[in-house]
Design a binder for this molecule. Structure first.
Ligand SMILES: NC(=O)c1ccc[n+]([C@@H]2O[C@H](COP(=O)([O-])OP(=O)(O)OC[C@H]3O[C@@H](n4cnc5c(N)ncnc54)[C@H](O)[C@@H]3O)[C@@H](O)[C@H]2O)c1
Length: 452
């Protein structure tokens, strides 16, 4: 199969490389010339575990071509994957500019029997719109289009484990109306050993949004419960554990903290809300999910203000600015929003992230970016653990605390052992953990057992 991937970002690059790994030749096209040049030199433009090695191996095997030109990348291909970005408009709808530009640019170069596969997350109805648009454009140019197909194949990889997720997906969804498109994609994914779901394009488009919105809602729900725990002397971690043992609920996405961010959940929930309202349906459930999430950053700021008697002029060390660990992506990062809020409140912020510093530094001025965690924490009035990189648990906390001016630790991801931090003389604050632990005191069970 001759394959082109359009858009060499997180999804396109990883998809292209893992397809090449299965022995196929893949052309990667991107409008960003600098990105293409870096890739040709074997330099991944993003950080993902295993990506650099995978790129090197596929370049060495001669299975990759990089280009910025549609007239080179599209003719003669059986499958053209569309992996361009679909960000939010200011009103929360999906900005379909990249998608439209890419489809327009490829329409006249497509082979008459090619299958265009939309991997980007696109609003319901986009696949049919794409087929109509390509057909119109080709008809006007006198080119055949009756055997051309457009299929939806939403992507479920997670940043931070994108390569592994792409190699071993948990399901493959194919949305199409054309049997040839189903057969070609099923042949491509044969041997993956996971369920392949054949659905209509509209169903495939909605599966992606529904899955992301459902997970985002789970996070907001546990954060809502975290607030109630904090107000009631209960510990959200134990509540989440008790909930997660129910197989109908499951333990994942029940970690209370600073909320969700990244390039997918926030924009996809906003877009789904927009799609519901456009059909005259209520989006209240999703709007509340977003509202709870927005409030997590203000809650963290409030906790710091209370603990320090105001953050203005205080030195705050922020550990982690990526939207989650194992990525350099800071798009809609809650941690970076907290940094921005602290800077706006006239705090002196020193921040550290193992991978995302360079990207974040370009976006947020007025921050002292430290090359190591301990350089950020030195002399700080408070340390905020904002992104749960595992190495933050392993920091020499005794030494970190000894170097601080005021020993306040705000653990926005409930990642640290609060009792241990408190035993080192610090004031430990979590998200939804009981006040006793927050103030470093021993928590005693209520006499005579819990009262109902
Ligand atoms: N990032 C994720 O974890 C993830 C997971 C699942 C689905 N998705 C979805 O996949 C899509 C891509 O996301 P991403 O994070 O990879 O985006 P990205 O911004 O990292 O990459 C998009 C790439 O497309 C390129 N591009 C833009 N316009 C183009 C055009 N006209 N022609 C060719 N290239 C063009 C950009 O230069 C960029 O390199 C989005 O719809 C997103 O919602 C993302």
């Amino acid at each position: 199969m001759r394959i082109t991937v359009v858009g060499a970002g997180y999804v396109g690059l990883v998809t292209g490389l893992t397809l090449a790994e299965t022995g196929r030749h893949v052309t990667l096209l991107d409008v960003d010339k600098g990105r293409i040049e870096r890739l040709q030199r074997g330099e991944p433009p993003i950080y993902e575990p295993g990506l650099k090695e995978l790129l090197a191996a596929q370049l060495a095997a001669g299975r990759l071509t990089f280009t910025t030109r549609y007239d080179e990348a599209v003719p003669g291909r059986d499958l053209v994957f569309l992996c361009v970005g679909t960000p939010s408009t200011p009103l929360g709808a999906t900005d379909l500019g990249q998608r439209a530009a890419a489809l327009e640019a490829m329409a006249l170069h497509l082979d008459p029997e090619a299958v265009v596969v939309i991997k980007s997350t696109v609003p319901v109805g986009t696949n049919r719109w794409a087929k109509d648009m390509i057909t119109c454009k080709r008809n006007r140019a006198g080119l055949p289009s009756d055997r051309l197909a457009v299929a939806s194949n939403p992507e479920f990889l997670r940043e931070g484990s994108a390569v592994e997720d792409s190699r071993h997906p948990d399901r493959i969804v194919i949305g199409a109306t054309d049997v040839r498109a189903f057969l070609l994609l099923e042949r491509l994914f044969a041997g993956s050993g996971v369920p392949i779901l054949r659905v209509l394009p509209e169903e495939a488009e909605l599966i992606k949004y529904a899955a992301n919105a459902f997970l985002a809602q789970k996070i907001s729900f546990i954060n809502l419960m975290a607030d109630l725990c904090e107000a009631s002397g209960a510990d959200i971690r134990r509540v989440a554990e008790g909930m997660g043992l129910d197989p109908r609920i499951g333990p994942r996405f029940l970690a209370a903290g600073l909320g969700f961010g990244g390039s997918c959940f926030p924009k996809d929930v906003r877009s789904l809300a927009h799609q519901l309202k456009a059909k005259g349906l209520s989006a209240a459930l999703l709007e509340e999910t977003l509202r709870i999430n927005r409030n997590r950053v203000s809650l963290a700021l409030r906790k710091l203000n209370t603990a320090l008697g105001g953050v203005a002029g205080r030195r705050i060390a922020v550990l982690g600015v990526a939207f989650k660990p194992h990525t350099d992506d800071v798009r809609e990062s809650q941690s970076l929003k907290l940094v921005e809020a602290l800077v706006a409140a006239s705090a002196h912020v020193a921040a550290y992230d193992p991978e995302a510093t360079a990207t974040a530094a370009r976006l947020v001025p007025g921050v002292q970016w430290a090359p190591q965690a301990e350089q950020a924490t030195q002399g700080a009035d408070a340390v905020v653990l904002a992104t749960d990189w595992p190495q933050f648990s392993e920091l020499p906390w005794e030494r970190v605390l000894a170097g601080m001016r005021t020993k306040v630790v705000l653990d926005c991801r409930n990642q640290l052992e609060g009792a241990k931090i408190a035993s080192l003389g610090a004031r430990y604050l979590g998200m939804g953990v009981p006040q006793a632990e927050a103030f470093g005191q021993e928590r005693k069970p209520p006499p005579g057992g819990p009262t109902l």
